[in-house]
Design a protein. Structure first.
Length: 132
């Protein structure tokens, strides 16, 4: 299952089960990131991240390419996990895109990331979890 089914309620149930379909626990972040697509580079901020993907928030003012993002597109995400400014990049697939008035929220799934990337990301996630 990749997305929830559509539901129609003729009457509201008194209780409904909630099932999380996420495979990985996400942590909140504020990492700067750049989404590289065929149309160019879109700078943004990674608002949450997990071993499986992240959400990138892009300021869409003056960036027509940000408003043209669509689910299913392939891209590369570049960002920095280390304090020394070392850039990390990984291929990703846009899973969902929500377009707001001034921002675009892009849900990204990491697409077959390299083992070194997964190790660095896991170390970052563990550091953030330990600090909170």
């Amino acid at each position: 299952i990749t997305r929830p089914s559509l539901l129609v309620f003729l009457s509201y149930p008194s209780m409904m089960n909630n099932l999380s379909i996420r495979q990985f626990k996400r942590v909140h972040s504020a990492l700067p990131g750049i989404l590289v697509t065929a149309e160019g580079e879109l700078p943004g901020s990674i608002s949450d991240v997990s071993l499986g993907g992240c959400q990138l928030v892009i300021d869409s003012r003056g960036r027509a390419a940000a408003r043209q993002l669509e689910g299913g597109q392939r891209a590369v995400l570049r960002f920095c996990l280390d304090a020394d400014g070392c850039s990390t990049s990984t291929p990703c697939i846009l899973r969902n895109v929500e377009i707001g008035q001034f921002q675009v929220y892009a849900g990204l799934a990491f697409d077959n990331p390299e083992e070194a990337f997964k190790e660095r990301l896991n170390a970052y996630l563990e550091m953030v979890r330990a600090a909170s």
